[in-house]
Each structure stands twice: as structure tokens, then as C-alpha cells.
Design a protein around this ligand. Structure first.
Ligand code: BES
Ligand code: MN
Ligand code: ZN
Length: 511
């Protein structure tokens, strides 16, 4: 991963390939953001004028590169921050995160850059560090560079991410700054772990290989990892996981990844949908709807990454991750529309659409997680196309059986820099899932399909347990041009929200 340092050098003397400054839109033209003074001085105080002459305006995401004079670094890169804040206000933290990410992306293929962006307080140090480290991401594991003998993972230098980020202006001896940088490193590393898992094609990321990665990380970070294989799942009565997985040559797994802290007073359970490929099953998806379905394990990737992050940060809270892993394929063994499954909690489900598979694997995992009576459960899933239609590609939906918990999660997500929105769970949707043969169907009324899925899941949450459901189908996988710190492909959506929830819980900030 990209290295991060808090540098005491000035922008003028830093040995690097480039120095990054921020440029914003002021009332009367472009203005440099705090942190750029030393660079501006090297340009005789004319840096803004030079940038404007080059056409820069300070618009968000705008990148302007120019040869440097009077600096050790040969290049200055100005990144647009958008509207400058009022004179008595600071830059919004996600603005800094996105700008740092943008700059880091624009510096892919270079070795080292100094970031002369605002860094007065620990919060802005954290934001710039997070943004830069998340922006400096590239998935190169499958690039061969055209060299059959060299094989995969031999990317050319140009597609490699920026190798070293030096934050200028931050104070390496300030405890709060140091802690902010260390937290940013752990957080970005885990967001990037989730992205790698999501981007890995389904021919290599199967339930079994995902479980093996969890076991390896367990050894590395001191987590307790237990894997239920298809035999154990069958014996245990996990009808949802078995039903969804039975059509695939890659059998299902349920993985429990537990981080514990001796001083923990609370336990959180995170449950992730881990469909390593969603073809739709016998209710096969049409062409145009299956190209990105390797991303259907994004929930499990986020949960796994968040548990590892909790361990890296040594949080005083217990966090148990449940990865509900299966591949949804059509075959002679596949579950058929009309089949009835007996779920882990004993309820029977008539499967009328095999493409509504996420709720089936989550149902078993939610029941299993509930048995341990955690203080709260949060499940994360690329669950419905309906949520994408409702909230778009960048915002996830939050449903819950507790209004205060839903509101807290919304606030936490916004603070983490992850757009989210509260969604209702109208109780009248339940009867649209009434089945003529079983306890319920896995589909119901089409209107409000994302909400209906939440209502289905609620049936499998243990009595009296606080629970929330994050439908990340929109933001989990980014198909258009990169922006801010968001690359193409897997985004690591909800990792930062889960980690901040764990931090808040450890601090005793949540009921
Ligand atoms: N994995 C999909 C949902 C999805 C859609 C994720 C788009 C990411 C992007 C899920 O398993 C699915 O197929 N849901 C169906 C449910 C329907 C059959 C009730 C859907 O949303 O169409
Ligand atoms: Mn599906
Ligand atoms: Zn799915």
C-alpha cells in the first residue's frame, strides 16, 4: 500500500516528484487554500495568477499541473476544491478528502508527492490522509503487461498507484496528528482490502477462497475465524445458504470472524451478503444485468474489512462479522422457482424468484448472529435494484427496527463521508409476501422493492435485538469515470460507516 508520512520539510525543500496545493473558487476568482503559502512564495506570490492564466478556476475535481520554480519538486499540481468556505469557516472535511483523492489519482505512476493542503487540525490531517490513501488505489492484480512469461500482477509503472504521500504542515510530534494519520492508514488499507475482494473476478473469488482469505487475516490480526462448509451448513439446517448455493460447483460457506477486546462492554454483529457471483439462478438475469455481478459480495467484503479495521485500531468493543457466502448459479441442481426452503430459524420460504437470493443467505446469517444476542446487528448488502432506482449510484439506504439507531447510523455515515439516506419499512408490505404453501415468499409487491427486502429480513432478526440494514446496491460498484477518492469498480462502500459505528460504540456514545 501507499506509504504515508507526516513531513516536517517545507514544500520548498521536500524531495518529491510533485507538490499538491488546493485551489478554490472565491468571490473574485480563484484562491489558494491554506497550506499553499510556501509554494506560492516560490512563485513570487503569483501562483494563483499563473494557475488562472492556465485556465484553472478552482472547480471541484479540476487538475492543473505546472512545472515548478524554486522548489525541490519539479511539478506543482493544483487540485480544485470547489466553492471556498466563508472567511470564518474551514473547508468541509469530505471536500478535503475528495480533493486529496483526486490529486492522488492524477499522480498515479509517480513515486512521491507532498500534499500542501489544509492541515491545521487533526481532523483535516485525517481527511487529507484518508482521501490520498483511498485515491491512490489501483487494481493491477490481473494486468499482464502483455508478457505471458511475467504473468499476472506485472503492471507497468504507469498504472501503479502513487507510492508515497507526504503530508506537509501536519505535525509528526503532535499526538493527535499522529493518531489521525495512523487511523487513516488503517481505514484506507481496509477500504482498499474490500475493493480488492470486490474487483477479484468470480472465477478466483469463490465462497471457499473468500473464507480462506478470512482465515489468513485472522492469523495476521488475531481474529477468531470459524468456517461452516457445505456439510456443516446442511447439518445445521441453513436452508437459505444451502438453497442459494446448491446450483453452483462452488459450494457455500458461512464465516464468523470475531474481534474481541478485554475491556469491551458492547458487542456489535455485522452481517454481509457475500454472493460471489449473482447470475440470478434459474430466474436468470438478462444480458446487461450480469456484467458487474461479481460485486454481489460487496457487503461481506465491507463487513470483513471493518472487523479487521476494528482489530488494527484496537477498539474497545467486540465486533463479530458474519460472511454469508454463496454463488447463485443455474444448473441441474439449482433451486427452482416454487421450491420451498426451511430456513435456519425454522421458517419456510417459497422461492418464487431465484434472483432474490441475497435475502435468503442473509436470513440464515441474521438468525445465527442473533443467537449470540449482540447489542446491535447491522447487515450490509447489494440487495435490490429498487434501491438503486430510489437513491441513485452514490447513496445507500438505511432501514432499521429502531428509529434512533437508524438516525445515528445516518449521522455516522455522513460524518464518515458516505452518503446515505433513511428508508421506511412499511408493515403492510409483509402480507404481500404471504405464500399459499409456506410461511412466506421471497418476493412480494414490486412497488417499494428495496423496502420489501428489508421487511423480509426483519422476519429473521432475533426478538428484541436492535438491527439495521444497509442496502449498498447503488454505491458498492462504480462503473463510470472515477471521482474524488472513488475509483472505477469496487468502492469499499460502508466500511468507513461500520468502523465509525464501532468507534462510537467503544466510546460509549451509543445507547
Ligand atoms: N444482486 C442483486 C441486486 C443488485 C442490482 C445489486 C443491481 C447491484 C446492482 C439482487 O440479488 C437482485 O437480483 N435483486 C432483484 C430482486 C427481485 C428479483 C425481487 C432485483 O433487485 O431485481
Ligand atoms: Mn439476485
Ligand atoms: Zn444478488
Amino acid at each position: 500500500m501507499t506509504a504515508l508520512t507526516l513531513s516536517t520539510s517545507s514544500a520548498a525543500t521536500l524531495r518529491a516528484d510533485a507538490v499538491v496545493v488546493g485551489l478554490a473558487k472565491g468571490a473574485k476568482g480563484a484562491v489558494l487554500a491554506p497550506g499553499a503559502q510556501a509554494v506560492d512564495k516560490a512563485f513570487d506570490g503569483k501562483l494563483t495568477a499563473v494557475l488562472e492564466t492556465l485556465g484553472a478556476s478552482g472547480a471541484e475535481g479540476e487538475i492543473t499541473k505546472l512545472p515548478a520554480t524554486g522548489l525541490k519538486a519539479p511539478v506543482v499540481l493544483a487540485v480544485g476544491l470547489g466553492e471556498a468556505p466563508a472567511a470564518d469557516e474551514d473547508y468541509d472535511l469530505d471536500t478535503l478528502r475528495r480533493a486529496a483523492g483526486c490529486a492522488a489519482r492524477a499522480l498515479g505512476g509517480t513515486k512521491k508527492a507532498g500534499f500542501a493542503l489544509p492541515a491545521e487540525d487533526a481532523e483535516s490531517v485525517a481527511a487529507v490522509a484518508e482521501g490520498a490513501l483511498m485515491g491512490a488505489y489501483a487494481f493491477t492484480a490481473y494486468r499482464s503487461n502483455g508478457d505471458a512469461k511475467a504473468g499476472r500482477g506485472k503492471a507497468d509503472a504507469k498504472s501503479a498507484p502513487l507510492a508515497e504521500v507526504a503530508l506537509l504542515g501536519a505535525k509528526p510530534r503532535d499526538k493527535a496528528h499522529k493518531a489521525a494519520a495512523e487511523r487513516a492508514e488503517a481505514l484506507a488499507a481496509e477500504v482498499n482490502r474490500a475493493r480488492d475482494l470486490i474487483n477479484t473476478p468470480s472465477n478466483d473469488l469463490t465462497p471457499k477462497s473468500f473464507a480462506a482469505q478470512a482465515q489468513a487475516a485472522g492469523k495476521e490480526f488475531g481474529l477468531k475465524v470459524e468456517v461452516l462448509d457445505e456439510k456443516a451448513l446442511k447439518k445445521g439446517g441453513y436452508g437459505g445458504l444451502m438453497g442459494v448455493g446448491q446450483g453452483s460447483d462452488n459450494p457455500p460457506r458461512l464465516v464468523r470472524v470475531a474481534y474481541t477486546h478485554p475491556k469491551a462492554e458492547k458487542t456489535l454483529a455485522f452481517v454481509g451478503k457475500g454472493i460471489t457471483y449473482d447470475s440470478g439462478g434459474i430466474s436468470l438475469k438478462p444480458a446487461g444485468h450480469n456484467e458487474t455481478m461479481k460485486c454481489d459480495m460487496s457487503g461481506a467484503a465491507a463487513v470483513f474489512a471493518a472487523v479487521v479495521a476494528a482489530a488494527r485500531l484496537g477498539l474497545a468493543v467486540n465486533v463479530t462479522g458474519w460472511l454469508a457466502l454463496a454463488e447463485n448459479m443455474p444448473s441441474g441442481n439449482a433451486m427452482r422457482p416454487g421450491d420451498v426452503l426451511t430456513m435456519y430459524n425454522g421458517k419456510t420460504v417459497e422461492v418464487l424468484n431465484t434472483d432474490a437470493e441475497g435475502r435468503l443467505v442473509l436470513a440464515d446469517a441474521l438468525t445465527r448472529a442473533s443467537e449470540e444476542r449482540p447489542d446491535a446487528i447491522v447487515d450490509v448488502a447489494t440487495l435490490t435494484g429498487a434501491m438503486v432506482l430510489a437513491l441513485g449510484n452514490r447513496t445507500f439506504g438505511i432501514m432499521a427496527n429502531d428509529d434512533a439507531f437508524r438516525a445515528s447510523l445516518h449521522e455516522i455515515a455522513e460524518e464518515a463521508g458516505e452518503p446515505a439516506w433513511p428508508m421506511p419499512m412499511p408493515s403492510e408490505l409483509r402480507r404481500t409476501m404471504d405464500s399459499p404453501v409456506a410461511d412466506l415468499k421471497n418476493i412480494g409487491e414490486r412497488a417499494g422493492g428495496g423496502l420489501l427486502a428489508g421487511v423480509f429480513l426483519q422476519e429473521f432478526v432475533g426478538e428484541g435485538i436492535t438491527w439495521a440494514h444497509l442496502d449498498i446496491a447503488g454505491p458498492a460498484f462504480h462503473e463510470s469515470a472515477p471521482f474524488g477518492y472513488t475509483p472505477k469498480g469496487g468502492t469499499g462502500s460502508s466500511v468507513r460507516t461500520l468502523v465509525l459505528l464501532a468507534e462510537r460504540t467503544a466510546a460509549g456514545d451509543l445507547g
